[in-house]
Design a protein around this ligand. Structure first.
Ligand code: PYC
Length: 321
């Protein structure tokens, strides 16, 4: 009997604890236009594919997918579309580090620079000989400072709205203890804050970041980052750290070229720097440095007879080829 399964070649990695599943072969054909257009097609025509890759039973809420595609920008060597359990991401810092580590594992990149096209702009990654990856992220900026929202059950919460490749609401001023033993409480708090931010004029904000000092020497801050699908980021979040750097720069709290060590809720770390692109607009060019480790190479099978072929909760139907 002919094998009815559609096969998808993937490579899994984690960056500072946060997983990335890179789709190498078997993904949908999205054409060759700009990635901002291709991600639109991915969203509207291939959402079941997204769900099949990252959702249960093959994945989990925390899994971030990365679809490797040909770049559109002539100066890029690779293109990528990032996605999670509920939709697509603009950029993904931990995912880009995972992408480069995975490509290095496959022998497709060597130490040095590589440019990657994404739906929100080109990023440049530098693979170091020790395996670390430094990502020069898209221009980042603060859109609104000291926004006060009335979060259900919490009262007034103040934070900044900033872009780092995704939209963030960054909260420093809160009564939460940022500790791994409090994941449920932190998730509940951040989710309520997100609801209020969305309801009060910032519908595009889908990530909430809570900050606190870290007890660790040499670490500037610890964060808890709640992602759009209610999973928390195990890494310090590359795009979230970029948004943080933009706020620090705008507040004059960190100098150009200085290093910021951002710790995640599980204790993993990214190092960040920035340089000014446009002081008047508050626009900075952030860099994020971290490490990723490949932990699986595999082939996913999409079996049309499997009632959960497209992931639990996804629409069922024929396998897309
Ligand atoms: O590292 O940018 C990031 C990221 C976004 C969502 C999860 N990780």
């Amino acid at each position: 009997m002919a094998d009815p399964c559609h096969r998808i070649r993937v490579i899994d990695s984690h960056t500072a604890g946060e997983p990335t599943r890179l789709v190498l072969e078997g993904g949908p054909d999205l054409g060759l236009g700009p990635l901002a257009e291709r991600v639109g097609r991915f969203r509207s025509q291939h959402d079941r594919f997204r769900s099949a890759i990252v959702n249960e039973p093959r994945g989990s809420d925390v899994m971030v997918g990365a679809l490797l595609v040909p770049p559109y920008r002539a100066d890029c060597q690779f293109g990528v579309i990032f996605f999670n359990n509920v939709g697509c991401l603009g950029m993904c810092g931990h995912g880009t580090i995972g992408l480069v580590a995975s490509l290095a594992h496959l022998g497709r990149v060597t130490p040095g620079r590589v440019r990657v096209d994404t739906p929100v702009g080109a990023v440049e990654a530098e693979l170091h000989r020790n395996g670390e990856v430094k990502v020069a992220n898209v221009p980042s900026y603060r859109r609104a400072q000291g926004v006060i929202v009335a979060a259900p059950g919490l009262g007034a919460v103040r934070g900044d709205v900033a872009w780092g490749g995704n939209w963030f609401f960054l909260v420093e001023d809160h009564d939460q203890v940022i500790d791994r033993s409090r994941l449920e409480e932190l998730t509940d708090y951040a989710w309520r804050v997100r609801q209020a931010v969305n309801a009060q004029g910032f519908p595009e904000v889908d990530h909430v970041e809570l900050f606190a000092p870290s007890p660790a020497t040499g670490v500037h801050s610890r964060n808890f980052v709640l992602c759009p699908g209610k999973a928390y980021d195990r890494s310090p979040c590359g795009t979230g750290t970029s948004a943080k750097l933009a706020c620090l720069a705008a507040d004059g709290k960190m100098a150009e070229g200085e290093e910021w060590v951002q710790e995640s809720i599980i204790g993993s770390r990214f190092r960040g720097t920035y340089r000014w692109l446009d002081r008047a607009k508050g626009e900075v060019a952030p860099t994020i440095t971290g490490s990723a480790f490949v932990n699986a190479e595999g082939v996913l099978l999409l079996n049309p007879r499997d009632p959960f072929c497209w992931g639990i909760g996804a629409a069922d139907g024929a396998v897309e080829r």
